[in-house]
Design a protein around this ligand. Structure first.
Ligand code: BTN
Length: 361
């Protein structure tokens, strides 16, 4: 196996990964995580189509070409996922409420006409959707493929951080993009993803106005509600693929000790539960719009930089401290340059921040 590491000085914000070339002697393919049994989605869809009725075990068994005891087993799995199903094998089954699961059968109809329609890969539990999406992209998964999970056991954040990904409370999704862009343009795409998150939140509840912290944090009242991890595989002249991984704290009512002071959720902000299905659909539609504009319209880059600056209290006139490559820099922000990097006026110079964690001074 030959591993080729590639680094792009224009884009230290975006993690570049190794290209792995497999030799023929490789004994086993890498193990794959198990996507959610597609029959679960078909059962949910059938029960949603008959929302006010009890659906017999026989009818469900026909739908999934199986038998009633298998239906019972799958219903138990759905209950384990938090779906509220009444009934038992003798009488049939009925949904007590519309489940807020991010199943392809529920999301796909809402994503028609976008690059993501028909390309949802759903996981009940996964290590990291970004890791899985990067592996799938390396093996040729098409643009628009979405890896989405109810729970991550090894969710990754920027730098060496992890991403707390409790079951069915947040949105944990990674999308595969294959833009014909030079690596130097990819930061703008990452900023556009932040705008897409903000737009989606506002569309679902116009009272909530998140702040964007450069490059990829989504904040409410100074606390983190979402983050974006962008990874790419590219050569010097062009991008092969990008994975944009988005984590959003939606219905968490508490966070583990140590995170509580820094993190918040939409539920904690608005005081009531949010529909993850509605928000995920809004997010992917908004991301689709931003992405298409960026690759189709020459003026889109300027528009993204301008709108990011408008939506962020951090880009202009903010006193900040940045840790970049082991050194700490202090100054006042003075906008974004044409590639999307952050300009900071220090006591000595106008410095361009290429990467690192920005904090208020
Ligand atoms: C950050 O702010 O540090 C970025 C957090 C990104 C988290 C998301 S959750 C879905 C995707 N899968 C991962 O392992 N990470 C990203």
């Amino acid at each position: 196996m030959i591993v080729v590491f590639q680094r792009f000085p224009h884009n230290p914000c975006i993690k570049s990964t190794a290209t792995i070339r497999k030799t023929k002697s490789r004994p086993n393919p890498p193990s794959r995580e198990q996507a959610t049994d597609a029959r679960l989605g078909r059962i949910v869809r059938l029960m949603m189509e008959h929302a006010t009725m009890v659906v017999s075990g026989t009818k469900i068994a026909q739908e999934i070409s199986s038998n009633r005891s298998e239906v019972w087993r799958l219903i138990q799995q759905l209950r384990g996922l938090g779906v509220d199903v009444a009934g038992h094998p003798a009488t049939g089954y009925q949904l007590k409420s519309v489940p807020d699961l991010l199943l392809p059968e529920i999301l796909d109809p809402l994503l028609r006409g976008t690059i993501f329609g028909g390309k949802i890969q759903h996981f009940y539990k996964i290590g990291s959707t970004n890791t899985a999406a990067m592996a799938a992209a390396a093996e040729g998964a098409p643009e628009g493929t979405v890896y989405i999970a109810e729970e991550q056991t090894a969710g990754r954040g920027r730098g060496a951080n992890s991403w707390h990904s409790a079951r069915s409370t947040g949105i944990y999704c990674s999308v595969i993009l294959r833009p014909s862009l030079p690596p130097s343009e990819v930061l703008v795409l990452a900023l556009a993803a932040g705008l897409a998150v903000r737009t989606a939140i506002e569309q679902v509840d116009a009272r909530v106005k998140p702040d964007l912290k450069w490059p990829n944090d989504v904040l409410i009242d100074g606390k983190k509600v979402g983050g974006i991890l962008t990874e790419m595989n590219a050569e010097a002249t062009g991008v092969r693929y990008i994975v944009a991984g988005i984590g959003l704290n939606v219905n968490q009512s508490t966070f583990p000790a140590g995170l509580g002071a820094e993190a918040t959720s939409l539920r904690l902000t608005a005081g009531s539960e949010w529909s993850r299905v509605e928000l995920t659909a809004a997010l992917l539609k908004s991301l689709d719009r931003e992405y298409r504009q960026l690759i189709e319209d020459r003026d889109a880059r300027q528009s993204i930089l301008r709108r990011f600056a408008e939506c962020s209290s951090w880009v202009q006139g903010k006193e900040i401290r940045v840790e970049e490559n082991g050194t700490t820099l202090e100054g006042t922000t003075e906008g974004l340059d044409e590639r999307g990097f952050l300009k900071v006026r220090t006591s000595r110079e106008l410095h361009t921040v290429l990467s690192g964690t920005v904090r208020a001074k």
